[in-house]
Design a protein around this ligand. Structure first.
Ligand SMILES: [Zn+2]
Length: 597
């Protein structure tokens, strides 16, 4: 539970007036109607005619498409922000639902554009894309055609798309509903799975142990059904991949992430070959907690003994200074978030938990939502979200389509900003125990974002492969594959007793197969940029800002070249893990110094 101590953040609320004046602002409906009318005109003008356009005609169509999207994104973003700040107000939920339906209907109207463009012959498309008239849209248009080699005929695509609703989407929803309905029995009360999971962060080991036991028990009864749904989704995907002739189970995901099978294999290899790093850390953590060995439910236990709360103004100073030391321009942009009320900072009833940065529409800056409690974690979260904010502000002149990034590069600026701030906190801290706590927190986050996600990717790989080779997987078999992947990660550093059915609470495996590795990709990519900065110093500042200004207008590999990195070189992943290993060396040294080694 969040603390309610006074931090000075209590009155720090965002001003959404740059979007609308309130949920009753008549411009909300005006903009929706405008977008609907424009989409109708767009469809009238272009439906069935995309193949006939010349390069300037195509450029005009994309620009108009983007303008219509921006028109609807504005009220939609506003609704989500108002709702996130106060979810308890029924009018906010109603606005989100109403605008969500409008936006979905609008998307259906505009869908033909991407489909018709993907259907254009390669030769014709290449000729068009070589035209200077399409300079601004080349990457966007190319991305829309990337699935083309795997598309089927139009009638086949139509059948597959329509059957998805009663097929894989329905199974995936059933899975989510099953998870949502799970209740965990704690102290005679039935609580939601999410609330139970939060108890694994408790400092009291008995709380963690009983909670974990109750979760294992709660996962039992529906396991047969969830295993069946998982099998069905694995089968559906294998049919899809076979019909479309994708080389591997993860190829379609890699394509969507704008990366290649080779790059992802290199990432997996680099990470799995260094499982000694998390194993060393978990052994250190056991010593910090005074245990012989961690149980799986001890991994999220707090190691910090430092209860110091930092006031909001101090957090602001630390983060702004960290950005300003890097670049005065970056520091100025980050300062604007505070000066111009782009941040909603405090913990409040009915507010969304966690933190996010929402980039809005061309012409309007991003907004940041936090639940600031004053602990060190929430200072790093502030730095993280302001990294997204800086990225959003710098890329915004490119417009809606070219500024948005795939998941693989979305964390570029956030992880970097967090690293800048972390180094500053560490430099200011002289007490070895506090330094150790800081480092432990940093290593733990890195392990959760890299090693843990790749171990989950190995489980997915094993499950998809086994389903294709051996047919339907029994519940015991799925558990076996899950525990194999987890044991590879933990070695003998963590006991997995009772952990068998825990694969089945992770919605990514059924909702978005292949999703999880992108977290590791994004983190290690950003860490590599940060290390390049540590080596090269100020010479890296301008290229880095240029990288952010490029938003998502180029493929990740091209973006990496701006800062002198080669994403096709497997060494990029290994060097990030080496950096993590060095931080762990330092943490072990400090632990020995304070008598916990
Ligand atoms: Zn982020």
């Amino acid at each position: 539970m969040a603390t309610t101590e006074v931090t000075g953040a209590e009155e720090v609320a965002w001003d959404l007036g740059d979007l609308y004046n309130g949920i009753d602002d008549p411009r909300i409906d005006e903009h929706v109607s405008q977008a609907e009318a424009d989409a109708g005109v767009f469809r009238e003008r272009y439906h069935g005619k995309i193949a006939e356009l010349d390069a300037p005609g195509l450029a005009e169509a994309v620009a108009e498409h983007e303008r219509i999207e921006s028109t609807i994104v504005r009220p939609l973003t506003y609704a989500h922000l108002v709702f996130a700040a106060n979810m308890g107000e029924p009018a906010h939920g109603a606005l989100v639902a109403r605008l969500g339906e409008k936006a979905a209907a609008l998307e259906t109207q505009l869908l033909f554009f991407a489909l018709e463009w993907a259907a254009v012959d390669d030769e014709v498309a290449d000729r068009l894309l070589a035209d200077p008239a399409l300079d601004d849209w080349r990457h966007h248009l190319r991305s829309q055609r990337k699935f083309r080699p795997y598309l089927l005929s139009e009638p086949e695509e139509k059948v597959l798309t329509e059957k998805t609703v009663s097929g894989v989407s329905a199974w995936s929803r059933l899975y989510e509903e099953q998870l949502g309905a799970l209740r965990v029995g704690i102290d005679g009360e039935e609580i939601a799975l999410e609330s139970a999971m939060a108890r694994l962060f408790d400092a009291d080991r008995d709380v963690r142990r009983t909670t974990a036991g109750a979760i294992t028990e709660a996962l039992g009864p529906g396991l047969r059904t969830r295993t069946f749904v998982f099998n069905t989704i694995l089968l559906d995907k294998s049919i899809d991949d076979r019909l479309r002739k994708y080389p591997t189970w993860i190829s379609a995901r890699n394509l969507a992430n704008e990366t290649t099978d080779e790059a992802v294999e290199a990432l997996v290899e680099a990470t799995t070959s260094r499982y000694d790093v998390p194993q060393r850390y978990y052994k250190l953590k056991a010593r910090l907690l005074g245990l012989d060995r961690l149980d799986h439910f001890d991994r999220f236990a707090p190691v910090s003994t430092d209860a110091v709360k930092r006031p909001w103004d101090e957090a602001r100073r630390i983060v702004v200074d960290a950005y300003t030391d890097f670049s005065v321009d970056a520091g100025e942009i980050v300062s604007r978030f505070f000066d111009e009320q782009w941040i909603d900072a405090p913990v409040r009833d009915d507010k969304r938990t966690g933190a996010f940065c929402a980039t809005t529409v061309p012409g309007v800056h991003p907004y940041v939502l936090l639940n600031y409690t004053g602990d060190r974690r929430s200072i790093l979260t502030l730095a993280h979200e302001l990294g997204h904010g800086l990225h959003g502000v710098l890329a915004q002149p490119l417009g809606l389509f070219n500024s948005s990034t795939p998941l693989t590069t979305a964390e570029t600026a956030s992880v970097f900003g967090e690293a800048l701030t972390f180094e500053r906190l560490l430099a200011d801290e002289e007490d070895p125990r506090n330094r150790l706590d800081l480092l432990a927190g940093r290593i733990e986050d890195a392990i959760a974002t890299t090693f843990r996600q790749i171990a989950m990717n190995r489980f997915e790989h094993a499950a998809h492969t086994a389903r294709r080779e051996d047919g339907e997987l029994a519940p015991d078999r799925v558990e076996e594959l899950w525990l194999e992947a987890q044991t590879a990660l933990f070695g003998d550093s963590v006991s997995t007793e009772g952990y068998g059915p825990w694969w089945s609470y992770i919605p990514h495996f059924t909702g978005t197969p292949g999703y999880v590795y992108a977290y590791a990709y994004g983190y290690l990519f950003s860490l590599a940029i940060y290390r390049q900065y540590v080596r090269e110093g100020d010479a890296m500042v301008e290229p880095y800002l240029e990288l952010l200004r490029a938003g998502g207008s180029r493929a990740p590999e091209e973006l990496a070249k701006i800062v002198g990195l080669d994403l096709t070189d497997p060494a990029i992943w290994a060097s990030g893990i080496d950096a993590l290993s060095e931080e762990l060396d330092e943490a072990e040294r400090l632990a020995a110094e304070v008598g916990l080694g």
